[in-house]
Write a protein that binds this ligand. Structure first.
Ligand code: UD1
Length: 318
């Protein structure tokens, strides 16, 4: 297949590029390099520099005969989306619509969206399956939900088949050690822990130890980025073969606490990693754990590298 990864120079995009190349697919990367890095793009990808907000560069890239587009070009900081909604409206909604309409105009019939567990909001039950009500707690999550809605309409009206992949907490680095890029100015737990381990941050702030969880700290479902990347390839192949849209959760189905992550990072790195308990971060649920039964059933997907040890060691070794 010929696959264009929009936002392919980012953290998940570059790992997804590796997975498609490993599967002998032809890969293009379209990126504006605002947060992604050229150095992240694996060899063998054709690079198109451009922006989803710029019709001319987008049209030029989309008209190169792609079988599928994977859309990973979104801002993703949930907290920032509450402070600067315009930034998220513009890029995540208007930009995504430019991309979707560009695809139908260029005859592209398969679309893979990097969506998020943030579409669910505060969980009403656990594990969260795809029938769980969607009620985003932050604007970022709403932008993802909104694009899922537009895709459902474009499926009905224009036969654009889509796979919406609702990621839980992406973590880790390429299992074969081929990825060296570190995200710039990360806000997510594991990169922050690692920056503290190497001394570029003074200490880790633990956002609350009074949650109703195993040790009082927040629990999340961490999914290794190599497992996530593999799901994109399976989704593209599924759309190609079955011509039927799907929405699936991608998670490991197990919950890890902030404290467990920190303990394992201290063990693997051999560094002290200073930490201090502070107040809860606004909008953080106590616990999020996925059911990924549907992805297993539909895509034959199974996380292989999402255990705590592999997630932390693949991050530390970078
Ligand atoms: C959020 C979004 C997710 C998005 C991701 C990327 C929601 C529900 N989730 O995930 O969709 O893709 O951001 O930005 O909106 N923590 C600390 N100290 C830190 C950082 C984090 O204690 O310095 C804790 C948090 O309180 C949380 C856990 O670590 O319990 C994970 O946080 P984080 O990595 O930021 O991801 P989420 O907030 O779960």
């Amino acid at each position: 297949m010929r696959v264009l990864l929009v936002g392919g120079a980012g953290y998940i995009g570059s790992h997804t590029a590796l997975a498609f190349l490993d599967g002998n697919h032809h890969v293009g990367v379209f990126d504006n390099f605002s947060t992604g890095d050229r150095g992240n793009i694996p060899e063998g990808c054709r690079v198109h520099e451009g922006d989803i907000m710029d019709g001319a560069s987008l049209r030029e890239a989309l008209s190169q005969g792609w079988d599928a587009v994977v859309h990973l070009a979104a801002f993703k900081a949930a907290g920032e989306s509450m402070e600067r909604p315009e930034k998220y409206s513009r890029n995540n909604i208007t930009g995504s619509l430019n991309l979707i309409t560009g695809c139908t105009e260029c005859g592209i019939t398969s679309f893979i969206l990097s969506s998020s567990a943030a579409v669910y909001g505060e969980p009403r039950y656990l594990p969260i399956d795809e029938t769980h009500p969607t009620n985003p707690e932050n604007y970022y999550g709403y932008t993802k939900l909104s694009i899922e809605g537009h895709l459902a309409w474009y499926d009905r009206l224009k036969e654009l088949k889509f796979a919406s992949l609702r990621y839980f907490n992406a973590a880790g680095y390429d299992i074969r050690g081929r990825m060296r890029g570190i995200e710039r100015d990360p806000a997510n737990l594991i990169p922050v822990v690692m920056e503290t381990a190497v001394g570029s941050r003074e200490k880790l702030l633990i956002f609350g130890d009074d949650y109703d969880t195993k040790d009082g700290t927040g629990v999340r479902d961490y999914i290794h980025v190599t497992d996530l990347a593999d799901a994109h390839v399976r989704a593209a192949e599924y759309l190609h073969e079955h011509r039927s849209s799907l929405t699936v959760n991608l998670g490991s189905e197990s919950g890890l606490s902030v404290q467990e992550i920190l303990d394992k990072a201290r063990e693997i790195s051999g560094r002290p990693i200073p930490s201090v308990i502070t107040g809860r971060r606004k909008g953080d649920p106590a616990k999020l754990v996925a059911s990924s039964a549907y992805a297993r059933e539909l895509l034959g997907w199974k996380p292989e590298f999402s255990d705590l040890e592999t997630i932390i060691s693949s991050t530390w070794e970078v």
